[in-house]
Design a binder for this molecule. Sequence first.
Ligand SMILES: [Zn+2]
Length: 381
Amino acid sequence: MRGKLVYPYSNALLEYEFRRDHPLKPDRLKLTYLLSQQLGLLDKVKELKPAFASREELELFHSSEFINAVVDSGTNNNAYPHYGLGTADNPIFPQIHETGARYVGATLDAIRAIMDGASNAFCISGGLHHAHKNAASGFCIYNDIVIAIKMLHKKQNSKVLYFDFDAHHGDGVQNAFYRSKDVLTISVHQTGQTLFPGTGFIYETGAAEGIGYSVNVPLIPGAGTPELLRVFDDVVVPLFESFKPDLLVTQMGVDGHYLDPLAHLTYTSHGYETVVGKLREISTEICKLGWLAVGGGGYHPVNVARLWTLFLAVMLDEDIPNKMPDEFRETCNEMGYKDIPEFMRDKNEVVQMYFSREDIVLDLERALRRVKELVFPYHGL
Ligand SMILES: [Zn+2]
């Protein structure tokens, strides 16, 4: 019998704030925690207070020179644009190193708990998938996901399936394991032709012995729940079943939701709920070590809270009422948020925006055919 779901959280995580007007707002985490608590879900988890990742742990992935630059930028207010520090996306702030190291610490606490027998973990602060070995990128300073997988590999050989459904390509994680066949990365995202970081094309399939172990499904603007479900059934499930990972890692950014202000996909709660439910089933059946889920993007804080709370309920296999608690809606109101959803789930499954449904379906058909041609033969499919 494996242990409870682990949930690393503390108010200290709210100090990761680039600037007051930056889209990555600490309210995303604060409101998620509050809503999950009000719905009684946190009574079912094991909470952990995250510690800082050590320098040695950060160096499992990042270069010493880059870490020195992060420390110096926070201490002496020096910008290092060649390390992605002090840019429009990643402005520097006094505690940039410490708060970045605490985010990594939270995800490391989660992976350690899983190695010690927890069934799964949801680390809402984690998911900084754009950070590179030598550079901060796209609001991400240190890459908690890569460091957690590397820590696992330091302790034991194991196969990891990384599935990323954030609206943006999971470039930092893909690149870190591009030559490895121990980590199969699958990213479904808005095409790099129209969205940061401009990568994640189908032909990025890995290198050296890792060819066939980097999988990308780019979607055109307007793609939504039907496309997410199709990609899941046609690409993720067959690869999952043939690869048979010991651990599932998911980056669950919700900036692909139709209400999100930064991207142009149209996922709805229905699509997310179905996918998270299927991930629970398939990981329970296949993954000996369990499932490490982390957060990621999502820039409408109330909506992020709603969706990540829904994900937690699905991970725990708990029913929750569809009505958003009045107490929670009042708090959001007092914090100045407008257009607060009344229900935990969206009314419609399909939302029509940007391209026509016909164009979206046609584009997806082509993408799936190409992915299957380029990747599936490496997996005996
Ligand atoms: Zn994103």
